[in-house]
Design a protein around this ligand. Structure first.
Ligand code: GLU
Length: 474
């Protein structure tokens, strides 16, 4: 049988890291098995579902590169189908109309609690029986699934192992509300059946729903899929991950300068392992992933590790890949790269020093934009009258340099040092501040090579003016 998995978010908010990890695991399992992956939007809760959240989920999935083979399906477009199955279950007496009004059920619940019993719906409660017998054609009703009274529901969760629950613990679930809308536990089963889902990977908050859903699968004669319930993600303080811990929306990680590859690598390790390996290419993730190796215990989020991975991918990923995501940040900072070197070359030179794409965009700026001012501390220290001679000599050598390469610029700096009998720092640092505006940059010969002759010549001249002005004011 072809493996088919799905991710089925409720569009009540953005795609958060917990959802993204579930989506990743589900997607990876399908890929690993050569199967298919379905995206389904569970929007039956009309009050809480929004188009904005749907868009945010799709945007997050796309940004992460978790492509789906089918969908997105929308539950709100499938009401006819759900009703068809409800009618079938009614005809087979596997479901029934329940006329007991909510107020009455609340009252019974109170009584049960006061008596120290577990509150639950009881179809045989005299008040419920009475409500049902007194009801007329026009009385409002909901539809309940007739849960088996005897026996146990058993399943082997791929993560949590053998799970068993007695049917006596489960009450007759509402499958269609009084207003005619179908409920989550019912829709999910019909969808997973119709869509041919073979493995359901989802959060552990759904584990209590699973036995109820298995009974529905059996009642409609559908094959029961396998289940894998993933544990929670905690913040680094041990509390359930929430907004309080900073970024939880996947798109916020984009905004903060992470590469999707880094986030995916981070997420796969958040509750899954393969020995002590930390770095996984997409191909390795797909090849090595298994549901059985997902951890049962909760995992704690660690931003430092995510940063470390991000730096790793900025350094080692194909520069073309980094460029694709860096461009978004350059645009956000209005850095126009058309009048400077290729951003691929800038990434190769500057990338390894940066933990985020925001830093990388900032460190790319001086290749494309002239700066108004030199960084104050660096200028104070390195653009001093003593540096004038070195800068003047370097400028004249630069003006006459024909072949503008890193090697030749390296030689130019070395010659300036030996001509003036100065150490490397006395020439290199003033030059660095002159051409980049700041005290730190990659190797200054390589930076000058990429900047090009025009920018270098203009900027050294500007630094010399700066020194003269400083002298005049002294
Ligand atoms: N819509 C549910 C949620 O967002 C997931 C249901 C499922 O995966 O079965 O929590």
């Amino acid at each position: 049988m072809t493996v088919k998995t799905r991710f089925a978010p409720s569009p009540t908010g953005f795609l958060h890291v917990g959802g993204a990890r579930t989506a990743l695991y589900s997607w990876l399992y399908a890929k690993h098995m050569g199967g298919e992956f379905v995206l389904r939007i569970e929007d039956t809760d009309i009050e809480r579902s929004t188009q904005e959240a749907i868009d945010a989920i799709l945007e997050g999935m796309e940004w992460l590169g978790l492509e789906w083979n089918e969908g997105p399906y929308y539950q709100t477009k499938r009401f006819d189908r759900y009703n068809e199955v409800v009618d079938q279950l009614l005809a087979q007496d596997k479901a029934y109309k329940c006329y007991a009004p909510k107020a009455l059920l609340d009252e019974i619940r109170e009584e049960q609690m006061a008596a120290g019993d577990k509150p639950r719906y009881d179809a045989n409660h005299p008040k419920v029986v009475a409500a049902n017998t007194e009801a007329t054609e026009s009385s409002p009703f909901c539809i309940r699934f007739r849960n088996p009274k005897e026996g146990t529901v058993v399943f082997d969760d791929k993560i949590r192992g053998h799970i068993e629950i007695a049917n006596s613990e489960l009450d007759d679930l509402i499958i269609r509300r009084t207003d005619g809308s179908p409920t989550y536990n019912f829709c999910v089963v019909i969808d997973d059946w119709d869509m041919g889902i073979t493995q359901v990977v989802r959060g552990e908050d759904h584990i209590n729903n699973t036995p109820r859903q298995i009974n529905i699968y059996e009642a409609i004669g559908a094959p029961v899929p396998e289940f894998a319930h993933c544990s929670m993600i905690l913040g680094d303080d041990g509390a359930k991950l929430s907004k309080r811990h900073g970024a939880v929306s996947v798109m916020q990680y984009r905004d903060e300068g992470y590469l999707p590859q880094a986030l995916l690598n981070y997420l796969i390790r958040l509750g899954w392992s393969h020995g002590d390996q930390e770095i996984f290419s997409m191909d390795e993730m797909i090849k090595l992933f298994s549901l059985e190796s997902i951890s049962k215990s909760a995992s704690a989020f660690n931003t430092d590790k995510l940063l470390w991975l991000n730096n790793h991918y900025i350094k080692t990923a194909e520069p073309e890949y980094v460029a694709e995501y860096l461009q978004w940040h350059l645009d956000a900072k209005s850095i126009d790269t058309s009048n400077g070197p290729s951003i691929i070359e800038v990434i190769k030179l500057v990338g390894e020093r940066c933990n985020t794409l925001i830093e990388l965009a900032e460190q790319s700026r001086y290749f494309y934009q002239d700066f108004e001012e030199f960084e104050a501390g660096a200028a104070k220290k390195h653009l001093r009258p003593v540096a004038k001679e070195a800068l003047e000599l370097a400028l004249s050598k630069a003006e006459s340099l024909q072949d503008w390469t890193t090697e030749n610029l390296h030689q130019l700096i070395a010659d300036t040092c030996s001509d003036l009998e100065l150490g490397m720092g006395k020439v290199g640092m003033p030059l660095r501040v002159a051409v980049t505006g700041q005290g730190q940059s990659p190797s200054v010969d390589a930076v000058m090579a990429l900047l090009g002759k025009d920018k270098v010549v203009t900027r050294i001249a500007k630094a010399l003016n700066f020194i003269s002005a400083r002298e005049a004011n002294a």
